[in-house]
Design a protein around this ligand. Sequence first.
Ligand code: ASP
Length: 326
Amino acid sequence: MRLKFAISAALLCAAAAFAPAFAADSYPSRPITILVPYAAGGPTDTVARVTAQSMSKILGQTVIIENALGAGGTIATARAARAEPDGYTLLVHHIGISTAPTLYRHLSFDTKTAFAPIGLITNAPMTIIARADFPPNNLKELIAYIQTNGDKMTFGNAGLGAASQLCGMLFMIAVNKQIQTIPYKGNAPVMNDLMAKQIDMTCDQTTNTTGPIGSKLVKGYAITTKKRLASMPDLPTADEAGLPGFEVGAWHGLYAPKGMPDEIVQKLAKTLQEALRDPDLVKRFNDINTDPVSQEEATPQALQAKLISEIDHWAPIINAQGQYAD
Ligand code: ASP
């Protein structure tokens, strides 16, 4: 009897030891859902869909994008934090995941510890743009125009916590003028209204603005990176065109809820790294003026380090503005 107990206990222990590896071997055995915090057709959605397509090819499994909109991206983040940590619910989010913990006083989770980060994906440059018929013709003229007309102007963004809101906040600090912001649930609807001349301006990622700037459906004033982009050589950097030191980029990462078996984290990180080497993904990212990150950045360690350092970096800047949400 005692021997029988000892044998079954040993078998149970052995089974437990092999369980995670076994789970990782058979993972994924059903479709994976990636939550995206903003509207379909916008910049974050585009990065997520392109990445999901390559990952799906590699994993041999369907990867579904679900746009979970609202509250500046925090609805999707909260859902991802609460999801079962089984590898079937993931999140693609950008720099906004690092500003929300300061902007939102009552998040239901601790961003620094709620996730099992998988890896960085890309760092998309942003562009300062306006409706096509907006009077100023360059960034210096725009800054001067805002000094006298800023009170009547409108600035579209994807809600408190979006990259467009952060870029807009930095822009308004730099030009020393508040512009009325109009919040949307993503930059896809912001772009629609900008092209329809319903709002005056925004700051949005190249992943959403490359086409409209190129076809002159919106007016491009500056790019927010240190260097001009080879494919938009006429678009000056904000730094050289009138806003010295102005620099912001929307870095994106892939996350899972914390508590996910390490084997699945590693499998997803490897898959992400392979996806970022996929020529189809590289071409599609290049077409929208963004590059996949290096293989070393597409790792759990790199994303966790980035998340922590960015939360700490933005907190004092946001606190100095004193604009919060509950
Ligand atoms: N990422 C955009 C922003 O933060 C929103 C979007 O993807 O639609 O402004």
